[in-house]
Design a protein around this ligand. Structure first.
Ligand code: NAP
Length: 289
């Protein structure tokens, strides 16, 4: 199959490049804003036509959660209009769109893991644009798998794990929020899950939303403690409440995603969050040696 990946320099896009090397039975087309701006519908249409695209994996997004509160139009342009551009081209070319979304589509008042069918209610501009993007994709009628994920990290880009490791080297003590619960996702695991969706649904008339994170549920404080421990950092981590760490965008207090659907539909096994964290930190350590 001819597979287009957008936003290929981001955390997830970079991991998909590794998947493509490992299992190279398809023709992969990796693009980012410098080679294919997904806000440009004509450029996207030309790209699909010229390369016979059969699957599009949309890793491109406006992901600056707090900045989005001040730039709602720009966030909507990338997360809604551009997602619609890709979906329209997929519809015209009968291609499958794998579109990545977020736990921030939920309001965070839940106490049980969120299922795909649960009511949404974003509390931030970023969350609202990602939900609008999902709906724009669905409305085009294209073949799609929407994959909601959360707390994404990898050895590249800016993320919580790399920030904590850096703080572990430069601070003796830090405070981390202990009343927001979710589950981290190693981008490498998500890339492998997406690859399985491509294999299963690449040519199928699929219209499904899935949840994918690593297994388990923790707070940001738990996550920070584990990062310091595995990373061998001697920095004390103290738990604080959300109101002691004000941010421009409101975060969901509870955003654990139920993983049963993707496991049942694909038979995949999902790694436990701590096992994946250990692998990612090992990768980061190798890079910095
Ligand atoms: N990061 C998280 O914690 C998290 C959590 C839940 C869900 N997600 C979702 O997971 C997906 C992947 O996230 P990520 O962390 O890998 O994102 P990322 O690292 O921010 O990468 C996004 C990539 O998209 C590119 N991009 C932005 N606008 C574009 C455009 N108009 N055309 C083409 N490319 C464009 C970005 O380029 P620039 O860097 O130049 O802007 C960047 O390379 C996104 O859909 C995100 O919403 C992320």
């Amino acid at each position: 199959m001819n597979i287009l990946v957008t936003g290929c320099y981001g955390q997830l896009g970079t991991e998909l490049q590794k998947v493509a090397v490992d299992y190279g039975s398809h023709q992969w087309f990796f693009t980012d804003i410098d080679t294919l701006d997904i806000c440009d519908l004509n450029a996207v249409e030309r790209y699909f036509a010229a390369n016979g695209i059969e699957v599009c994996i949309n890793c491109a997004a406006y992901t600056a959660v707090d900045k989005a509160e001040d730039e709602p139009d720009l966030a909507a342009k990338v997360n809604v209009e551009a997602a619609k551009n890709l979906a329209e081209c997929c519809q015209r070319h009968n291609a499958l769109l794998i579109h990545v979304s977020t736990d921030y589509v939920f309001d965070g008042h839940g106490t049980l893991p969120y299922r795909e069918s649960d009511a949404t209610g974003p509390t931030s501009v970023y969350g609202q644009t990602k939900l609008d993007g999902e709906q724009a994709v669905i409305q085009t009628g294209c073949r799609y798998c929407i994959v909601r994920t959360a707390w994404l990290y990898s050895s590249t880009g800016k993320n919580f794990v790399k920030t904590m490791l850096m703080l572990g080297d430069t601070k003796d003590e830090i405070n981390v929020v202990n009343d927001q619960k979710g589950c981290p996702t190693w981008a490498s695991d998500l890339a492998n899950a997406i690859d399985k969706l491509v294999e299963k649904y690449g040519k199928e008339p699929v219209h499904e939303t899935f949840h994918f994170t690593n297994e388990g549920q923790i707070t940001w404080y738990d996550f920070a403690c584990a990062i310091m421990e595995i990373g061998g950092k001697h920095c004390k981590v103290s738990p604080i409440a959300t109101d002691q760490y004000p941010t421009k965008a409101k975060r969901p207090a509870y955003s654990v995603l139920d993983l049963n659907k993707i496991k049942a539909f694909t038979g995949m096994e999902i790694p436990f969050w701590r096992d994946s964290l250990e692998k990612c930190i090992e990768e980061i350590n190798k890079k910095t040696k």
